[in-house]
Design a binder for this molecule. Structure first.
Ligand code: BTN
Length: 253
């Protein structure tokens, strides 16, 4: 059970596992067997094969972090609004981190990493499928909480503990995360996606700054980060002209 939960449906059904391969895998297995109630949260103390984006792995030592997956059925979303959903989840996660971390900027690095200053504190892995007439979405969230050291090969990780020099109660962070996910999910459901879009842009990492990017596997460019458009493309100012890049077509360096 998630203590002190004040939500309507997110986290009301909760499965906690001491050890699992990946909470996203566990959620996807449950979905193939039956339809868990919307808002079911699967959390774990430890993952043996936590998944990150683009085939990467996700690190977390036992008991120190939020590692969870939330099952949602966003049938109200139009196909073109998929990125708005991702933005909503990123905003929910950003707000959660901000509510525990004082005096440091908490931003969203496109497409949906959460950064504290120049370091990554949290990531989201969203997996979509269609089952019958339903859209089924698994929102996997890794949020570094009481982790004090990370493997050297991770580029720039941080945790709430490293930022604030104190330990946090993992359950309280999970409860707050459920509240924010519900709040932003309901905003998407009631047609307030434009508010999420503008909030996402107001917290966009390095907005207005010059950054280096690699386009595809080739050219390195320096460009100003302008905004992220409704399609979820990163809009850059490059040699005086706006250019939009889709996820996967460009990367920060
Ligand atoms: C990223 O690469 O930034 C996304 C990381 C997502 C990690 C979380 S941890 C809980 C859930 N289960 C997984 O296997 N991955 C996600």
């Amino acid at each position: 059970m998630i203590n002190d939960l004040s939500t309507l449906f997110i986290g009301r059904t909760h499965i906690h596992l001491d050890t699992t391969q990946s909470t996203n895998d566990h959620a996807n297995q449950l979905i193939t067997k039956n339809y868990p109630p919307e808002g079911t949260v699967i959390s774990a103390s430890f993952q043996t094969a936590g998944k990150g984006q683009i085939g990467r792995s996700w690190y977390g030592s036992p008991d120190k972090n939020v590692l969870c997956s939330i099952i949602l059925y966003p049938n109200f979303l139009r196909a073109n609004d998929q990125f708005l959903f991702n933005m909503g989840m990123a905003c929910a996660l950003r707000s959660t981190v901000e509510s525990f971390v004082d005096n440091v900027p908490v931003t969203v690095k496109w497409p949906n990493d959460i950064y504290v200053r120049q370091k990554k504190i949290s990531g989201i892995l969203i997996q979509n499928s269609v089952s019958g007439k339903d859209y089924v979405t698994v929102v996997g969230i890794g949020l570094n909480i009481n982790e004090a050291t990370f493997p050297a090969q991770l580029p720039n990780p941080t945790s709430m503990k490293l930022e604030q020099s104190m330990d946090f109660d993992v359950n309280s962070v999970l409860a707050k995360l459920c509240e924010y996910v519900e709040q932003y999910y309901l905003m998407l459901q009631n047609g307030s996606g434009h508010k999420i879009h503008s909030e996402y842009n107001s917290f966009l990492y390095e907005k207005g700054a010059i950054n280096s990017f690699q386009i595809g596997e080739g050219k390195i460019i320096d460009a100003i980060i302008e905004h992220v458009n409704f399609k979820g493309e990163l809009v850059l100012l490059l040699e005086g002209k706006e250019r939009a890049f889709s996820t996967g077509s460009i990367r920060y360096i």
